[in-house]
Design a protein around this ligand. Sequence first.
Ligand code: TXA
Ligand code: MG
Length: 316
Amino acid sequence: MKIGTDIAKAAELLSLGEAVAIPTETVYGLAANALNPDAVLKIFEIKKRPLFDPLILHIGKKEQLNTLSTQIPAVLEKLMEAFWPGPLTVLLPKTALVPDLCTSGLSHAAFRMPNHPLTLALLNALPFPLAAPSANPFGYISPTSAAHVFEQLGADIPYILDGGSSTIGLESTIVSALDDTSIYIHRLGGLSIEALAAHVTIGGIQSHSSSSPSAPGMLESHYAPRKPLYFGELNSLFQHHSSARMAILSFRNAYATDRPHLILSPSGDMHEAARNLFAYMRELDASDCDFILAEPAPEVGLGKAINDRLTRASVR
Ligand code: TXA
Ligand code: MG
């Protein structure tokens, strides 16, 4: 069986240098031994990911940073204390132990402790960290279930560790230290700006519309379905697109239509909307339509990250 909950099997494959899909609370990852460049290379090959897009290192214990990072800024220490394990990724200066392949040659590596019982148990059973990007072909929507991974990468990987549906549904928020008290947000994600701002000063935020990203990998076009997705207020999109071939992804309102139509959260719950976002984009992509119309979420909490993903998925 390619899909299962056998941690020992996943650990054995990873120890042999294989790539294995793992569940996390944000999205599923395609994992390999971060300290073995041949294993890491398999991730890039399977995903068809360009080598200039660096990977996040996943750890099960904070002490692992002692050998992987040369220094931990106080402001990031504070955030790791507050939010690990969880949807927070921090950029830290790396030691020589971390292969350049993981960071695309950058001096800093990205680290995260995911909050998922199976994956934490796996990480704590392994003598090395796991490099893991989202387990989707490069540029496509991230997977939030084992079935999503199997559909696209099932033929290319030996095992998918099944931890159920991802409870957050958006990739981690990526931050770096600007000084002793402030941080820069490189990617909006499953940890909201408001939650971070309760602990530290937000010194800057990478805009998704930037044409000169601050780091490799902050690519503008990403998370995209195969069908064109148009993003904006639905009433204005309806005027420009023929309703006969559309599918609709709305935030909380139901629209009278016989076309494929999904609602992220009928009660307007932002966490539920985040959890449903990628699965619903996949479902509409596979539905009988020529294009998808999607409306923005309110710009609060995880709504900003939801809108970031929809913008990057959209035709512009
Ligand atoms: O929630 C997540 O972060 C998921 C799960 C599997 O942990 N992982 C994930 O990985 O979203 P990925 O590869 O799809 O996105 C990671 C992004 C890269 O595209 C890049 O933009 C940024 O993290 N990144 C990684 N290492 C970096 C580095 N050293 N410097 C700057 N950005 C980095
Ligand atoms: Mg990704």
